[in-house]
Write a new protein. Structure first.
Ligand SMILES: [Zn+2]
Length: 306
């Protein structure tokens, strides 16, 4: 707007209006009335979108749109200089002639604001990542990663090739809402929190079942081998990061990876329940075969995967 109305080269001001001055109606001929009304219209747009701080002055100037005088134009000029003086990183817009680096910076700022739900939320997040007045970049990265995961994991769980019952259990796992033994034990509902899948004396939790447990780890590693994944991760936070942040694209390869993850989660949870409630035990080999069969059947029956 400053460029459009030729105010960009004016000096900066940090106060928008001299509150000791009273704006009176113009008694003479109107001065550039059309240009004045256009400028006020632009100011109103800016005010309602990003700059509520200019609302008072714009509201006052708008009363003289039909007959602006020199005095009103002086206030407009002052307001323009104030906007220039207070334009900061949060309001800057990339222009065609700007450097690549600058455009990347603005793009990153916009992405971060979108992830956090607006400028104010991002500012709050940044201030919460300060320790002893020093900004911790790692804390910002982790906080933004969390926001990304929140948005992205639903795409993994509800992938187009996924089987609904697999998606449902996986959804609870991603939200950490499965009633695992550690949770029931803490509430005093059961007497033992030991994992039913492995022989080790490990507490059954979401992160243990997927896939720190020796049993689950063997199953998941075999499925990753079979699917020819070029990475390995048996810790939940790594799996989550791989699927929600690092995995790129929306192609068949990604859909199959999502199918493999949700199927493995489902079969591990089912095996855990069968062991507890029916005292039936299957080996890792049997479980792996069942998961592979499910994946094959889905591929053969789905036109997307053929
Ligand atoms: Zn275990």
């Amino acid at each position: 707007m400053l460029r459009k109305y030729d105010y960009y080269d004016r000096s900066k001001l940090l106060v928008s209006y001299d509150y000791n001055k009273k704006l009176l109606p113009n008694t003479g001929r109107p001065v550039e009335q059309l240009r004045y009304s256009k400028i006020i219209g632009s100011h109103m747009y800016v005010m309602s979108c990003t700059r509520p701080d200019i609302a008072f002055v714009v509201g006052m100037l708008s009363r003289f749109t039909s007959n602006p005088g020199k005095l009103h134009w002086d206030v407009v000029q002052r307001l323009m200089r104030y906007l220039k003086g207070t334009t900061d990183i949060w309001q800057v817009v990339a222009k065609p002639g700007d450097s690549w680096m600058w455009k990347q910076l603005i793009r990153t700022r916009d992405k971060a604001m979108a992830l956090c739900g607006g400028e104010n939320n991002l500012k709050l997040l940044i201030s919460s990542c300060c320790k002893n007045s020093k900004l911790r970049i790692s804390a910002i990265y982790n906080a933004l990663l969390h926001s990304t995961n929140e948005v992205q994991w639903t795409k993994v769980v509800w992938g187009r090739l996924n089987i609904p019952k697999h998606s449902f259990i996986s959804c609870l796992v991603f939200q950490d809402r499965l009633l695992t033994k550690d949770r029931l034990y803490r509430r005093g509902i059961i007497n033992s929190n030991l994992c039913s899948l492995c022989d080790g004396a490990c507490s059954e939790s979401r992160n243990h079942l997927f896939f720190e447990c020796a049993f689950s780890c063997e199953v998941w590693n075999s499925i990753m081998d079979w699917m020819d994944f070029n990475w390995r991760a048996c810790h939940w936070h790594h799996v989550l990061e791989w699927f929600t942040v690092r995995q790129r694209g929306k192609g068949l390869k990604q859909l199959l990876k999502n199918l493999a993850l949700t199927a493995t989660i489902y079969y591990i949870w089912r095996e855990r329940n069968v062991r507890i409630f029916q005292q039936k035990y299957r080996s890792t080999t049997q479980l792996i075969r069942e998961i592979e069969t499910d994946i094959w059947i889905t591929i053969l029956n789905n036109p997307l995967a053929r």
